[in-house]
Write a protein that binds this ligand. Structure first.
Ligand SMILES: [Zn+2]
Length: 66
């Protein structure tokens, strides 16, 4: 499904923000962290609400150790 507005993050609020992978909270604002990598033909994204949650994430990228 193509949503022409999906790239406009200015309107993101807590209801529509991506979920933090670590704590499940809304990932938005200045503390937001995004990790992106390519898995085969797909771009994979992981969103975090803060640098702390980013640090706690168990790295699932293919080249990560464990
Ligand atoms: Zn979080």
């Amino acid at each position: 499904m193509v949503d022409p507005t999906s790239d406009l993050e200015e309107d993101v609020d807590e209801e529509t923000a991506p979920r933090c992978v670590t704590c499940g909270g809304p990932a938005l604002g200045v503390g937001r962290r995004t990790v992106t990598w390519v898995d085969g033909d797909d771009a994979v994204h992981r969103e975090f609400c803060s640098a702390d949650c980013r640090d706690e994430w168990e790295d699932e990228r293919p080249w990560a150790d464990g």
